[in-house]
Design a protein around this ligand. Sequence first.
Ligand code: DGY
Length: 324
Amino acid sequence: MKPRVFIPRAVPPEVETYIAEHCDYFMWNDSVPIPEEQYLRRLAEADGLLTTTSDKITREKLDHAPNLKAISNIGVGYNNFDIGEMKRRGIVGTNTPGVLDETVADLIFGLMLAAARRFAELDARIRAGRWSPADGSSLFGLDVHHRTLGIIGMGRIGEAVARRGKWGFGMNVLYYNRTRKPDAEEELGARYRTMEELLAEADFIVLMTPLTADTRHLIGKNEFDLMKKTAVFVNASRGETVDEQALFEALRDRRIYAAGLDVYQEEPISDSHPLTKLPNAVLLPHIGSATQSTRTDMARLAAENLVAALGGRQPPNVVKELLD
Ligand code: DGY
């Protein structure tokens, strides 16, 4: 008998075909999210769950899933997993590292440029019929090239951002990470700094650390106070790595120059959120990996992880906290 898989959000046709070869499955194929009651009913029958990082895997959900053996995230983050509960129940958890690095790095660089050169604010200005005042200096922004890039969380994505900065824009690269990265130091001339040193020296600060108990609100008022007044802050990790109120105040009071954000404490962010009122915040709806080709690669890798786990094999991408 084939294992049963539940897919609460549609995957590309070729990935669905792959799943169909190996599993019996139910896939929710609607543009509106699956209602909670139907989600729980489907989960109750499932041996495997192929899902996304916005699907919070709570103890209550797991209580509805007596047969569940594996949860495969279509995403590199896995802060949606309740690791303790999954461990206790012997449920395998996997993610999709590697295939999205360059796509997310592109987006981060876009946010750096957009925030420094005020793309969103000036685009809105044109749409409002205000091309340019007589004194063009009010449209000025900041240079990105040859400035100092500070990366907090030098994983694969951080390194892809560093390469763009170093080789594309002639930037000096600083980084802070739990462990030193000799390869990045050699290849990119990246220099290790303490967090405090990096915050004080960098012109562009990119936060790319995973969300864990240790990194929740890693950046708050004290950290914004250490930054230059001309600093541009970019967050494409998880919203909860930043104290959002402190970020709002730093931007509102111009204690930093601008921010580019792809993630928020609560998603979706409401259109009345204070950050939406600030001209110096560029806001994107959590689209770091959102290109057709990368999302397809992620879904394929997640499906392969799941099929391996349900077939009793070690999937290539078990999250490290759940490895034996
Ligand atoms: C990831 O892969 O973790 C992205 O943030 C999408 O959730």
